[in-house]
Design a binder for this molecule. Structure first.
Ligand code: ZN
Length: 163
């Protein structure tokens, strides 16, 4: 396993759409292991492949208290949504910025595991939020895109000063 560098906004790779995984090979397993290590090193609860510059439809999430229950989602798709909740979010690719957006309260996600076996998750709470955040990444969408125009302008001002 190797820790990988996390791409930081406004890196263009964060705006690209990913392609679905078709080969469940050692290359994929190495990528997943690297993502897991990178996520834990950064103290994140989720990491999407574009965040380390890989444009494939893969995310790793661990919302457990113990931080040792990673779940790998290959080719995840949200197939159902229910309700709305406010969600205060941050992103490893947008350091030192947090804000509140609206997410679906519950989601159903269809995905496959690292060997290509399909599974389905009915998620709520932090897992539901995290899945929406990470699956957005796979479409080139960042949580700041869900901010109101006013808040987004504030973000741009703040971020512009940092650059
Ligand atoms: Zn993120």
């Amino acid at each position: 396993m190797a820790q990988r560098e996390i791409c930081i906004y406004p890196d263009d790779v964060l705006r690209q759409k990913t392609i679905p995984v078709t080969e469940f090979s050692r290359t994929l397993h190495t990528l997943l292991d690297d993502m897991r290590e990178t996520m834990y090193a950064a103290h994140g609860v989720g990491l999407a492949a574009p965040q380390i510059g890989e444009l494939v439809r893969v995310t790793v999430i661990d919302v457990s208290d113990s931080g040792d229950e990673p779940v790998e989602f290959i080719n995840p798709v949200i197939t159902a949504r229910e309700g709305n909740v406010p969600s205060e979010e941050g992103c490893l690719s947008i350091p030192d910025f947090r804000d509140t957006i609206t997410r679906s309260e519950r989601v159903t996600v269809d995905a496959v595991d690292r060997n290509g076996a399909p599974f389905q998750v009915h998620a709520e709470g932090l897992l539901a939020i995290c899945l929406q955040h990470e699956i957005d990444h796979l479409e080139g969408i960042l949580f700041i895109d869900h901010l109101s125009r006013l808040k987004r302008d504030m973000f741009k001002k703040k971020w512009g000063k940092r650059m």
